[in-house]
Design a protein around this ligand. Sequence first.
Ligand code: NAP
Length: 212
Amino acid sequence: MNVGILGSGVVGKSFARAFAATGNDVKIGSRTPEQLNDFVTEAAPRVTAGTFTETARFGEVIVVATLGTGTEEAIRIAGPENFTRKVTIDATNPLELTPGGPPKLAIGHTGSLGERVQRWAPNARVVKAFNTVGNTLFYRPQLPGGPPDMFICGNEPAAKIAVSRICSEFGWGVIDIGGIEGARYLEAMCMTWVLHGILSGGWSHAFKMLRK
Ligand SMILES: NC(=O)c1ccc[n+]([C@@H]2O[C@H](COP(=O)([O-])OP(=O)(O)OC[C@H]3O[C@@H](n4cnc5c(N)ncnc54)[C@H](OP(=O)(O)O)[C@@H]3O)[C@@H](O)[C@H]2O)c1
């Protein structure tokens, strides 16, 4: 499968490595793809780099892994038409940095970045996922309590099944919480993860739902 990853940061790179490791061809996107030359050399042969537009066109599945405040612009550059009918994983969080304190959510309660991504790419099949854990645990996390759970939401059941398969290939259980409005809570859940990390000084934790 061809996977297009919008985002050249640590999250985009972790996705690129994980999708390549599971046998997919990956294009990782940036406004300046030449900055990814060293990464592409390291991640060859399955990973190439391109502009946001080239990356969105390339992907049969698209991942949005851009800075919260840059996400609208990234989708605009990528071309919303290039997302049509494509399963689109939204891993972003609307974090607002506050000097000297923990980050805050810039949107919440009555809206979310996940819902905005769905509006900015209206024909995409958006699934919010991978935003509630640090990127170093995306792929095959080895934790003493066993595989953690990826909490996901999105409007289309078939798209969520596709993303659930990806999560399970990456070593995760999956908890579906419903439509894309659930992103309001998954983005808040990211803050829970971040605040615990700041307090504990460690970043190797992940959520798991226990049930009978
Ligand atoms: N850090 C984690 O472990 C983690 C885990 C889960 C989710 N997340 C979320 O994943 C996203 C990516 O995080 P990150 O730390 O990898 O990188 P980041 O620094 O948040 O984002 C980097 C990407 O955003 C793009 N970008 C920034 N401003 C832009 C603008 N004005 N217009 C268009 N594109 C813009 C950059 O484009 P260029 O390539 O052109 O510079 C780059 O590709 C964030 O929303 C973050 O909250 C992070």
